[in-house]
Ligand binder design. Structure first.
Ligand code: NAD
Length: 333
């Protein structure tokens, strides 16, 4: 029976990336019934909310979604569609694997880490207001409940995947109350996992250590804002946003999406790299129990990249569609 998956094509370069991924998954002969749902700028232009309630309801019903990137108007207008989806579906665990890929030249060899970013709290709770006409305030919301579940997700993942160490990232030296609670809660959860080494780092030091001693890190767990920033740093270490995948998990739903945004200046140019969204989709295949298809697609993609077939962002000149066709040809053998 076909797996049902909700599909959001997204804004900017989203539709062309989604088309490439659909083609590759179909070539790998995974039986998926894509259920298209709407969200993003098109909805706003049609006078609807940026993420309509029908979209939330459908993803809740089906339980799984694949999402192209969406554009968020900066500084004014609609709320972020991405933050809205994560909050309304309670997708609390944003998981971002970081690894070296063939054909991608970077100074960071043998990268192999997984970032667990808390996805619903922190400064992304969107509780902000003007205190006076010239002073703004934004609330950093950290709860024991929210921290405990992301920390537990990180430790469970480490145990399941044979990883050795979890590092909590914080700024508890300055934000002694909010980040102090985050750190104390991670320390408490760590006591339930004596088989996994636990450490912690202040976020600024963590950034420096990631680019100097990246092999010392395995699984990182971070509050929302540090997780957002550090995962783009880690994406850069992998070779850029074009190759950095991600997944958002909740207790009832999961939505898979690349780390990158809608890269609107490249929209319609058939230029951008589909690997980040493709490897987000292979995380989805794993979630669906299609482990062989995941291995086949990742293997074919890496073989193609290893032969120097790659898009502009990682030093090649292959178009989005030609890259997808090369992966499909590799899959067909
Ligand atoms: P972006 O990630 O869209 O693009 C930044 C740059 O990264 C691009 O100009 C391009 O050089 C490169 N890049 C991104 N994706 C690439 C790909 N697949 N292949 C090759 N190069 C790629 O970030 P931005 O320009 O700051 O944001 C554009 C819009 O996307 C904004 O509205 C932002 O809010 C939104 N956004 C959405 C998501 C999401 O949907 N999850 C995430 C981040 C940003």
């Amino acid at each position: 029976m076909a797996h049902k998956v909700c599909l959001i094509r997204g804004d900017g370069t989203g539709p062309e990336l989604v088309a490439a991924v659909e083609k590759i998954i179909s070539t790998a002969q995974v039986d998926i019934e894509w259920i298209e749902v709407e969200a993003g700028l098109k909805c706003v232009e049609a006078g609807k909310p940026i993420v309509p309630e029908e979209t939330i309801a459908k993803i809740k019903e089906i339980g799984i979604g694949l999402k192209g990137p969406m554009t968020t108007p900066i500084g004014k207008g609609s709320v972020s569609p991405n933050v809205t989806l994560r909050k309304k579906l309670d997708l609390y665990a944003c998981v971002r694997p970081v690894r070296s890929l063939p054909g991608v030249e970077t100074p960071f060899k043998d990268l192999d880490m997984v970032l667990f970013r808390e996805n619903t709290e922190d400064l992304y709770a969107q509780i902000e207001y003007m205190v006076t006409p010239t002073v703004a305030q934004s609330i950093k919301l950290i709860s024991e409940f929210g921290t405990e579940r992301i920390a537990r997700a990180a430790f469970e993942y480490a145990r399941k995947h044979g990883r050795k160490k979890v590092t909590a990232v914080h700024k508890a030296n300055i934000m002694k109350i909010a980040d102090g609670l985050f750190l104390r809660t991670c320390q408490k959860v760590a006591q339930d996992y004596p088989d996994i080494e636990f450490g912690d780092n202040i976020v600024d030091n963590q950034c420096m250590q990631l680019v100097t001693r990246w092999k010392s890190y395995d699984v990182l767990v971070l509050p929302n804002l540090y997780g957002d920033i550090v995962s783009d740093l880690a994406a850069g270490m992998m070779g850029g946003l074009g190759v950095a995948p991600g997944a958002n998990y909740g207790a009832k739903c999961a939505v898979f999406e690349a780390v990158h945004g809608s890269a609107p200046k490249y929209a319609g140019l058939n230029k951008v790299n589909p690997v980040a969204l493709l490897f987000s989709a292979t995380l989805m295949l794993d979630h669906l129990g299609e482990n062989q298809a995941r291995k086949d697609i990742e293997g074919a993609t890496e073989a193609v990249m290893g032969r120097g077939i790659k898009t502009y962002d990682i030093g090649g000149s292959t178009s989005t569609t030609d890259f997808a066709d090369a992966v499909c040809a590799e899959l067909k053998g």
